[in-house]
Design a protein around this ligand. Structure first.
Ligand code: M6R
Length: 366
């Protein structure tokens, strides 16, 4: 059932292009002009009533929510707050009928996320669930469900479920923008055209596996690693760091690059591996200045950036390119090399990749 792959995780990483295709299927109209979300049957006046959106989830699903916030705020201009479910439920969140709560859960069974859903409904909010398991508790109890069609995810480390959740956020962000008329038609059509290219572009991003395997060998004996990025890249840095910790057991941390000099820079030593996500043109100059600070302390920097950005070579030790796309869509491509880095590092260290120590696939206790 691993289809010739050594581990479920690797198989699931390679299943991503198809998971995206299946998740996009029937959700874009034939001429590529509109998003169609039959499973979210709210009238425009109901959507216009939402003053705020909460996204609540745990772990990797929370990281998908951070991308969701960026996407919805950027495209539909609705304020979004993201919270981890175990915090949200105990902090008396300010919610009303004018709030839309989105819970994100691959399994649909995570105890804290389910409790957050119930608490939100009790406070009068409508809850939209993004989940991969149709008959799950969260799918049953939510008011609306937008399914990810990633297929079963077996490896404890989530990969294709995460990226499929991000795809749903793209659809949702574009849909809300359509209803709220926050984008010009041509702009929306351009975004939709680029969205449709992501499955193929993900296939291309997967072609770097061999280089990444070599890189994984070079980091496996380091005590500590750092992931840095700004804006939407920072959200991806958090996911890359979690993935690495989860299955390689190496210590790593993700930082908003501008925060480095407020403390973390003290930890950079000769040879410390730093993975920098550099995909947002308007933030690139700032990123390069942060990278220069890291390099001045001896850090070894791998940059993940978009094809064509060759000048970056001058500022870093190594570069990994992913296909170029619009700024809002980069996370889905840049996370792929990060997934592969964690996979190959775990493999090189001889760990049980699919079943890391101390962790369970579904966390049904609080
Ligand atoms: O099933 P869920 O999406 O609700 O699970 C949430 C987290 O437990 C999960 O994403 C966890 O962080 C993953 N093992 C990370 O790879």
């Amino acid at each position: 059932e691993k289809d010739g792959f050594e581990h479920f995780m690797l198989k699931e990483i390679y299943e991503q292009p198809n998971a995206f295709r299946n998740t996009l299927l029937n959700r874009i109209d034939e001429d590529g002009k509109q998003i169609v979300l039959k499973d979210f049957p709210l009238r425009p006046e109901q959507i216009n009533r939402f003053e705020k959106i909460f996204i609540v989830a745990c772990g990797t699903a929370y990281h998908a929510g951070l991308i969701g916030k960026n996407v919805i705020e950027e495209l539909a201009r609705i304020p979004v707050e993201v919270d981890v479910a175990s915090e949200f439920r105990y902090r008396r969140p300010i919610i009303s009928e004018k709030t839309l709560v989105i819970v994100v859960s691959q399994s649909g069974e995570t105890a804290d996320t389910l409790a957050a859903l119930r608490e939100s409904q009790r406070l009068g909010a409508k809850v939209l669930a993004i989940t991969n398991v149709q008959g799950s508790s969260i799918a049953r109890e939510a008011d609306y469900v937008l399914a990810t069609f990633a297929g079963p995810e077996i490896a404890v480390a989530s990969t294709k479920a995460y990226t499929s959740q991000v795809i749903v956020f793209y659809l949702l962000g574009l849909y809300l923008a359509q209803v709220k008329e926050t984008l010009a038609e041509t702009e929306r059509e351009c975004l939709i055209a680029n969205l449709r290219q992501l499955p193929e572009q993900a296939e291309k991003a997967l072609q770097h596996a061999d280089d990444i395997r070599v890189y994984a060998e070079s980091i496996k004996n380091h005590a500590s690693l750092f992931f840095i990025g700004r804006g939407i890249d920072y959200a991806v840095a958090l996911e890359g760091s979690l993935k690495l910790k989860e299955i390689s057991y190496l210590h790593s941390e993700a930082y908003a690059a501008g925060e480095l000099k407020h403390g973390t820079l003290a930890l950079i030593e000769e040879g410390t591996p730093v993975i920098a996500l550099v995909t947002q043109k308007e933030l690139e100059e700032k990123m390069v200045s942060n990278i220069t600070e890291v390099k001045a302390r001896g850090g070894n920097v791998l940059a993940i950036t978009l094809e064509g950005n060759v000048e970056l070579h001058r500022n870093v030790d190594e570069v990994c390119f992913v296909p170029a796309t619009l700024p809002v869509f980069t996370p889905i491509l840049t996370v792929i090399p990060l997934q592969l880095i964690s996979y190959y590092t775990s493999l090189a260290l001889g760990n049980d990749v699919d079943k890391p120590r101390n962790l369970a696939k579904s966390v049904t206790v609080e």
